[in-house]
Design a protein around this ligand. Structure first.
Ligand code: NAD
Length: 458
């Protein structure tokens, strides 16, 4: 672990060389990162397949392609984002000019989860580079092939005093050690439980944090919705990466008059997308480990299986499963499911569905399938969530132009595109005063000038 202290010191020294503040240097680094990924696409897809049995299509769409979009947006806009912003100043301090300077924090720590193990390390890294920081990266040990590949690609192409991957197979001991060090920023993606540990430890040194967490993201379907299309889009968003997606629809609240129709449509869609022998489908990934299988198996007893329910421990496989007649107070409706099990609960009145969601913690995402514009606005204004997609699932996360993050227990802060640049930059307020004029107004003795002051400040 002493090695880590030495690397942190070297990164702090490198940061104070001021080279990372140079815009051309940042652009060159982003281009270099993109080239490294381009040259190693195949290897990245192989590692993701070994870790989670992701298909090449899924790996490209959700891990590699997203990262290209993000880099391209930064390359296009970085110069504009990094410019000092001119701000009007008060007449009281005439003559003066106000500015906001975007200043990199210094050395940032990026900690990733197992489920999108490539994208969720590289996306924040792009923001960190773009804003002019040095980075120490800790990928998840639970996706070991991708973690080792990240170490190889990053550490053989960048100087460790600028960007480095640390102990890729190290577990919470490595992270605990890292969290005692004085980083300038911590960017964490993972569970709420570990998010709390990160924030507690960061608070000892008052290190600012972004916490990209999870939770139970609801999906409402009302009786105006296009049911066939809703089913298609829900099946896609729920079962991509075998349900191990932070913004996957966690459960469905369906208006009782269309419940049967939706159930049949969901079942048909699952078969359409993955075939009748899903276990052999090359497009359906696997759970991360046996702990995940054991946790998820328990949920199958929390209701009746309408479709699916097949489990193979050895193959880390759980069939896409539709669960109905959910028992009151069951675990499946308390924990984040994070797997291919979809509980379906009916409601008679939209207000009841809204109340049901509001009684839980604020979710990372909200989905609502409806053709009623007024009801859509009602749901959006009444339910607080990190983000939302109407009449589809997940896709608000895919746009690098929309900030992505949680609210309440689903997270603190956001990133993607400009939001990433801002997240990894401190906004430094500057006033530059002229020296040719000075009004005695603000200096003691004040006499009865308070009357004049009240005219300015009312
Ligand atoms: P996790 O919280 O278990 O692990 C995340 C990271 O924390 C890993 O690198 C792990 O090594 C480390 N870690 C684990 N236990 C630790 C401890 N006790 N102390 C210090 N570090 C520890 O999360 P996961 O299982 O890898 O990922 C699944 C969770 O992440 C889900 O809750 C999901 O919703 C969330 N997630 C959120 C986003 C998002 O962008 N909001 C994206 C992906 C995943």
């Amino acid at each position: 672990m002493e090695n880590i202290n030495q690397i942190l010191k070297e990164q702090k020294d490198f940061f104070y060389s001021d080279l990372t503040k140079n815009i051309d240097f940042r652009i060159k680094t982003l281009k270099k990162l993109k080239n490294i990924i381009k040259e190693n696409e195949e290897e990245i897809m192989i590692a993701l397949n070994k870790d989670l049995k992701k298909s090449s299509f899924e790996s490209f769409a959700t891990e590699i392609g997203m990262v290209y979009d993000e880099i391209n947006l930064h390359l296009k806009n970085l110069k504009t984002w990094a410019k000092k912003e001119k701000i009007k100043t008060s007449l009281v301090y005439f003559p003066s000019k106000g500015y906001i300077y975007k200043e990199p924090y210094g050395v940032v720590l990026i900690i990733g989860p197992f489920n999108y193990p490539f994208q969720l390390i590289i996306s924040p890294l792009i923001g960190a580079i773009s804003a002019g920081n040095c980075s120490i990266i800790k990928p998840s040990e639970n996706s070991p092939n991708t973690a080792l590949l990240l170490e190889k690609l990053i550490n053989s192409n960048f100087d460790k005093s600028y960007i480095t991957v640390i102990n890729p197979l190290g577990g919470k001991e490595t992270i605990s050690y890292l969290l005692d060090l004085k980083f300038d920023y911590i960017f964490f993606t993972g569970s709420i439980k570990v998010g709390k540990i990160i924030m507690e430890k960061a608070s000892k040194n008052l290190i600012p944090v972004t916490l990209e967490l999870g939770g139970k993201s609801p999906c409402i379907v009302d009786n105006t919705a296009n049911i066939a299309l809703a089913a298609k889009r829900i099946v896609w968003g729920k079962f991509i990466n075998a349900g191990q997606t932070c913004v996957a629809p966690d459960y469905i609240l369906v208006e009782s008059t269309v419940k049967e129709k939706l159930l049949i449509a969901l079942k048909e869609e699952i078969i359409k997308q993955f075939g009748s022998n899903i276990k052999d489908s090359p497009d359906f990934p696997r759970l991360v480990n046996l702990d995940a299988i054991n946790r998820l198996k328990g949920y199958l007893n929390d209701g009746d299986v309408f479709f699916g329910g097949d489990v193979c421990d050895k193959d880390l496989y759980i069939e896409p499963t539709l669960l109905i007649n959910i028992k009151d107070n069951s675990s499946v409706m308390k924990d984040e499911i994070f797997g291919p099990i979809l509980p379906i609960i009916e409601f008679c009145n939209l207000n009841d569905a809204i109340k049901f969601i509001r009684e839980k913690e604020k979710p990372l995402a909200l989905y609502y399938f409806s053709e009623d514009k007024k009801l859509i606005e009602k749901v959006l204004s009444k339910v607080s969530s990190g983000g939302a997609t109407i009449n589809d699932t997940i896709i608000h996360v895919a746009s690098s132009k929309l900030p992505f993050g949680g609210v309440g227990l689903s997270g603190i802060g956001n990133y993607h595109g400009k939001a990433s640049f801002d997240t990894f930059s401190h906004s430094k307020s500057i006033v530059k005063r002229g020296t040719l004029l000075e009004f005695p107004f603000r200096f003691a003795p004040y006499n009865d000038r308070i009357h004049l002051l009240k005219r300015f400040m009312k």
